[in-house]
Ligand binder design. Structure first.
Ligand code: SF4
Length: 352
């Protein structure tokens, strides 16, 4: 189907639905893609795209970040993390500023890079910051398995999160109406489309697992609108190139061997039952939260005036934050959503 035919179909479906429709793109990569492809401007005015909590750096809480900074300042410790994380402002400072003051903070591209760092620095305690969703969890799990066998100085400070129960929490909160979810493609490669079925069943909200090109998103939106027009609520897969209903069982086996389901605190969403992963007790030796439970951390405080919490819940757009483009810019971010390459505020700043 051509883009024009797809847009014609979307227009005719919205006319059939006959009311405004609010679809949430859960994943930060979708948010960026929607802006980059100009998709938002092509949709009929009655279709609103809401940005959701799918940027891993953005939803990592200040309490976690403050602990990571305290650990980086601890003598004999090296903290290894992804590039976006080091610029996020915590309660008093950032990992980047702590590094400028002498803390050992290194940027890595994966948990396995951090494991290699631990092997090369056997006298240091190397702590990998385990943030991210189901896409990055198998890598962390694999690194922890290796560490248990051969790398005694490798630890993980775990804040890994899982997506489906956070989506359910948004619906349960009832703060805003969400008519359908554009579900994340790469997370779904691991968990499979089956992981969203309870959302359709319990809340009557349609879900479509969607790829990341503009054309994928257009097709995913049309599939969601078709469900709404036909009063259906099912999980469908647009991203059939890589996603199956059952997901990747092998990757999930490794995850389950190392992690167990836990309640997790999300920036802006608070404590969400069953939305996190905790390191199992048999790997406790490599769990930085257990091993270094005595580091002093400040009481976490969010930056004054920052609306990241509302942005992550989809209840405000960045434009509604009084700091947007004024005191908060990508060069001088006040909140996490302006730092990450997948952050909603960074996307609005760059493309609007
Ligand atoms: S513009 Fe900055 S301060 Fe405002 S919500 Fe976004 S990140 Fe937070």
């Amino acid at each position: 189907m051509t883009t024009k035919q797809q847009l014609d179909e979307i227009r005719s479906l919205t006319a059939r639905i006959g009311r405004p429709v609010r679809l949430m793109e859960v994943c930060g990569t979708h948010t960026m893609s929607a802006f980059r492809s100009g998709l938002r401007s092509l949709l009929p005015p009655s279709v609103t795209l809401l940005s959701g909590p799918g940027c891993p750096v953005c939803v990592t809480s200040n309490a976690y970040l403050d602990r990571a900074i305290a650990l980086a300042r601890r003598p004999g410790t090296m903290v290894a993390t992804f590039g976006d994380m080091i610029r996020v402002p915590g309660t008093e400072t950032s990992l980047e500023r702590a590094r400028a003051e002498g803390a050992q903070v290194r940027v890595v591209y994966s948990a396995l890079d951090a494991l290699k760092m631990a092997r090369e620095n056997p006298r240091a305690e190397v702590i990998f910051l385990g943030v991210g969703f189901e896409t990055t969890v198998p890598g962390t799990a694999w690194a922890l398995r290796e560490a248990r066998e051969r790398v005694p100085n490798f630890r993980v400070l775990c804040a890994h999160k899982t997506m489906p129960h956070a989506m359910a929490a948004l619906l349960r909160g009832g703060e805003l109406r969400i008519d359908g979810f554009i579900c994340p493609g790469h997370v779904s490669v691991i968990i499979g489309s089956q992981a969203y079925e309870f959302i359709c069943r319990d809340f009557g909200t349609p879900c479509v697992v969607t790829g990341f090109e503009g054309a994928d998103m257009l097709a995913g939106i049309a599939m969601l609108l078709r469900q709404l027009a036909e009063s259906r609520a099912e999980v469908e897969i647009q991203y059939t190139r890589t996603v199956r209903r059952e997901g990747n069982a092998r990757a999930r086996d490794v995850m389950n061997e190392v992690f167990r389901e836990s309640d997790e605190t999300w920036r802006g969403l608070g404590l969400i039952p069953r939305s996190g992963l905790a390191i199992r007790s048999r790997f406790a030796e490599h769990d930085a939260a257990v091993r270094f439970n005595d580091v002093a951390v400040p009481v976490p405080v969010e930056p004054k005036g920052c609306a990241c919490g509302d942005v992550l819940r989809g209840s405000k757009t960045p434009r509604e934050c009084p700091l947007f483009r004024k005191t908060c810019t990508p060069d001088h971010p006040v909140g996490a959503c302006m730092v990450s390459s997948e952050g909603t505020c960074a996307a609005y700043y760059r493309y609007e």
